[in-house]
Design a protein around this ligand. Sequence first.
Ligand code: GUN
Length: 298
Amino acid sequence: MTTAKRIDGKAKAEQLAESITEQTAALLAEHGIKPGLAVVIIGEDPASQVYVRNKKRRAEACGFHSVQHTLAADTAQDDVLALIDDLNNDDAIHGILVQLPLPDHLDEQTITQAISPSKDVDGFHFVNIGKLTAGHTADAFVPCTPAGCILMIEDELGSDFSGLNAVVIGRSNIVGKPMSALLLQRNATVTMTHSRTKDLPGVVRNADIVIAAVGRPDMVKADWVKPGAVIIDVGINRVEKEIDGEMKSKLTGDVDYDDVLSVAGAVTPVPGGVGPMTITMLMFNTLRSARLSAGLEG
Ligand code: GUN
């Protein structure tokens, strides 16, 4: 029985972060510019707090100017918009990220679209979505999770996916839709699937590349997988599992990792796959924004 390769997202992310740190030092030494990242968190969602802490830590490790704005859960929308306006006009800030999800009284679209497209390191602004969809990625910001996924797929398959079938499971704006645009740009034949798709296992069985981004623990099984397929698991699901006779809380992806190992060619683990790459791509986008603002790229 063959065993699939485990794609080590953590190691790749660390390698990339090292290169970003070196480029950051060079940008400061040669042009006097320090990339600045502002992260805004509103409310007390525990998972968001962990993500934001990790982003801040990573930004500091790369040598960035890193600021965090922590706002109370009941902050008025106008106050959030006023903060975004200040950050849009702050020359020391090159990237602005408002952590999602937002408290219910805030309108996600109004807030994400208030961020200047030139500082939108999440790639959520319609200008950046439009550029990505049109294949105009020279000066667009690509959302961090799909950007990290593509780098891991390219490591396995090269940068041209001509003749390969890619199946994206999940049609979210953050992952599924931008993922399909990036795969298409690299000449894959892309199928988008979602909760209304008929015979999902049958569709996935045709895929040379599978991106699972639905939030359903261990959904993709070995008998869904084409032999040799590259599988990228974007899911982060917290589940209760019995380990050594005790119920424990554990993170698991959308792919049944142990099950698919005997069929797939390469698979990302959870944790240690897509997650670390996502944070590093945020640093990549922020460095890129600083370079673009100085006319050094684009
Ligand atoms: N919450 C979960 N993922 C993300 C992300 O990529 N960006 C933002 N802003 N919030 C998130």
